[in-house]
Design a protein around this ligand. Sequence first.
Ligand SMILES: Cc1cc2nc3c(=O)[nH]c(=O)nc-3n(C[C@H](O)[C@H](O)[C@H](O)COP(=O)(O)OP(=O)(O)OC[C@H]3O[C@@H](n4cnc5c(N)ncnc54)[C@H](O)[C@@H]3O)c2cc1C
Length: 343
Amino acid sequence: MEPTLLLAHTEEDGTLAKPALEALSAALALGGELTVGLVGSQVQPAAAQVASTGARILAVTGAAYAQPRYATDADAAEALCRAANASLVLAPSTSRWARALAGVACRLGGRIDTHVTRLTIENGVPAASRWFYRQRMEGVLTRSERPWMVLLESGCAPAFSATPEIAAVEAVEPPPHATRTSVEGIRAPQAGQETIRPDAKLLFVAGAGWTKKQPDGAIHTAEAAELILGFLGAANASLGGSKSLVDLSGEGQAVLPFMSHLNQVGQTGSTPRHPKGLSTCCHGEEPHVVGWRFITERRAINLDPNCGWARGKADVLYLADAFEVMRELNRALNRGEAGGASS
Ligand SMILES: Cc1cc2nc3c(=O)[nH]c(=O)nc-3n(C[C@H](O)[C@H](O)[C@H](O)COP(=O)(O)OP(=O)(O)OC[C@H]3O[C@@H](n4cnc5c(N)ncnc54)[C@H](O)[C@@H]3O)c2cc1C
């Protein structure tokens, strides 16, 4: 097996986050000689996390590498690749690496593949799997060009975990490079307002039915918002939406104000990975359900016995009024009786 370099940037506290630990597991599974290349303002905690693997540890450290920035991230990755001289370079598909590593592959005369979901050895050479055409077809690629850089999607490998040990770290210094970009700060939603939680065990999908006339002839969007947010808070679920629902919000109508196109699941939306999914007031049409490809267990609540979920797309369909079900479920969660909802 070829020598492999795992590239990982550290978090503020110097540790490695879950996507990096998953990529480390994938790199170890390949079985070749492994070097770990760390980038960050401090790297000792991360080095201790990976020390038990026995891998050689290289690091680019300094204040300039604390912030995500193309110029410094690309310089750091290039210097680590040259120092490690590995033919296969693996990195977690974080926004930071996704932005910088294509340029690094170009500088090194190599190639890069992104959105890879699995790495295996086929006939003695590494092979990368990824999905094409909005997750409809899986392809397996091998490449002859080296170095071959591979960005691994999160949620595809178990996160590496071991007792931290004292680790020897070899410092690598990229050549000095003037940067024009200074990071002034980060704008993020206020704590508690973030509804997209990739690590949640449950995906809760809201469809346009929440904003439609209900059997009493009236629209109940305020109650819909309260029920959905109440459930998300109580079950710590991630929020997805159908295209019809997020398009309504985009038009500035007084519908569910916390839904945006970032929540959209489906062919023209995202393909999240959660162990379980619960669809509510959503018809389950193919362009939506194709985004559920990686949801292991699917349940849906719909009033219509002929909805798409009923035609083999859900494991369980509750033919029921989602307002009534969610009202009751939230009550049970608040009484601590429905712990299973979040697990
Ligand atoms: C090229 C293309 C790409 C597309 N990409 C996407 C995509 O990425 N994602 C996506 O979602 N869609 C996508 N669509 C649109 C998709 O085909 C559907 O139009 C859309 O998913 C419908 O959204 P919906 O099910 O929420 O709304 P509707 O079709 O309006 O369904 C609402 C559902 O709510 C149910 N309902 C109403 N009240 C209640 C209640 N009280 N309790 C329980 N159930 C209730 C109704 O029975 C109905 O089934 C795409 C379409 C095209 C042509």
